[in-house]
Design a protein around this ligand. Structure first.
Ligand code: PMP
Ligand code: GLN
Length: 384
């Protein structure tokens, strides 16, 4: 699945769409990355770290200052007590955390259950590890799972239940009942829970609830996050895992042969970020909510049917009302028709389920307000 039918490298949809934006000069609302820098304290801390000579391999688990900051963050926001010396591992972004976790904890033939649509790396890494990828569809305007379908998908074959909350690409967040059911099913089938919480601080209005904070969850949950989204530093690739010590050791065994370590001067800088006052985290979420509203209004005015994200970077727009039943085709033509790039939601689903999501496009709103306004004005051309 990583190569196309001719054996050629298949780039990720995000790389492909970013290249399309560059070649056409269109506004890139495809790949999810901010177009503005994050907090100056964080940037300055990285510069200072380089000047201070923090430029060699950091310890295998990550620098103590960052491991302590991650532990403090889990306590401050979620009341979770995590031992910074045995239960925290710094990784090369959430991407490496996910890869090391899936490769370490699954054997050939184990099931990895995720929602669908799913972030592209889940299927790719499950495939590299020869695990079977089982999906539970998210449906309806709110993209929620059906509880009976969850019960049917999670079986004694299930090794990992991988939950992305807040969810990419839909912007859904999952109800407490759904999270509790996931914990119950993990116990029933002796599965582990793996969470992808990279958008944990980008939740509008509500408070993010990590699965690890639910009763009975902590001892079987691997929690994954990253600094990229919260601090506008997606290029730094500083992620982390918190998990019970024994599970973490198994993941470390794989991680040490993936990257070994990464990002020495960025680690103390992300530690500074994690220690910023609560107001900073609230502002990150409220600024994004305002941006989401601008792009959503623009998309509606252009004739799309627009979903309502509860957090994250993305809004889903249905192109069918505009006469585009096929979002793949719509996304190829959008640069020429409106000077905007989006990503078809079919990129996040299994080939056999594409028809269920055929006309949906994911647009990123983590961009400057004037860029979103310009994109909205250009998209309005589609109505003519
Ligand atoms: N998980 C999800 C759901 C994502 O959207 C992303 C990318 N932004 C990642 C993981 C990867 O995070 P990182 O850049 O920290 O590797
Ligand atoms: N997470 C980003 C997105 O969903 C992309 C990261 C990547 O290009 N792999 O757009």
């Amino acid at each position: 699945m990583l190569l196309d039918d001719d054996g050629e490298l298949r780039p990720t949809i995000f790389a492909e769409m970013s290249a399309l934006a560059v070649s056409t000069g269109a506004i890139n609302l495809g790949q999810g990355f901010p177009d503005e820098d994050g907090p100056s304290e964080v940037l300055e801390a990285a510069r200072q770290a380089i000047s201070d000579g923090i430029n060699q391999y950091p310890p295998g688990l990550g620098m103590p200052v960052l491991r302590h900051a991650i532990s403090d963050h889990q306590q401050r926001f979620y009341g979770l007590t995590v031992d910074p010396d045995t239960e925290v591992l710094v990784t090369a972004g959430a991407t490496e955390a996910l890869a090391a976790t899936i490769l370490a904890l699954t054997d050939e033939g184990d099931d990895v259950v995720t929602f669908e649509p799913f972030y592209d790396s889940y299927a790719a890494i499950a495939n590299l590890g020869r695990a079977a990828h089982v999906t539970v569809p998210l449906r309806g305007a709110d993209f929620q799972p059906d509880h009976d379908e969850l019960r049917a998908a999670i079986t004694d074959r299930t090794r990992l239940i991988l939950v992305n909350d807040p969810h990419n690409p839909t912007g859904a967040i999952f109800s407490r009942e759904t999270l509790e059911l996931l914990v119950e099913l993990a116990h029933k089938h002796d599965a582990l829970l793996v969470t992808d919480e990279v958008y944990e601080h980008l939740v509008f209005r509500e408070q993010h609830v990590p699965i690890a904070s639910l009763p009975g969850a902590r001892e079987r949950t691997v929690s994954i996050s990253s600094g990229g989204k919260t601090f506008n530093t997606t290029g730094w690739k500083i992620g982390w895992i918190t998990a019970p010590a024994e599970i973490l050791q198994a993941i470390l065994a794989v991680k040490q042969y993936l990257t070994f370590v990464n990002g020495a001067p960025f680690q103390p800088a992300i530690a500074v970020g994690l220690g910023l006052p609560d107001a900073h985290f609230r502002e990150v979420a409220s600024a994004l909510e305002a941006k989401c509203a601008i792009l959503s209004t623009g998309l509606s005015a252009a004739g799309f049917t627009v979903s309502k994200p509860h957090g994250g970077y993305f809004v889903i727009a249905d192109a069918a009302p505009l006469g585009f039943p096929d979002a793949d085709e719509a996304c190829r033509r959008l640069p020429e028709l409106a000077g905007v790039v989006g990503v078809p939601v079919t990129a996040f689903v299994r080939p056999e389920h594409r028809a269920d999501y055929a006309s949906l496009i994911r647009f990123a709103y983590c961009k400057k307000i004037d860029v979103l306004e310009r994109a909205s004005a250009q998209l309005a051309e589609l109505r003519r």
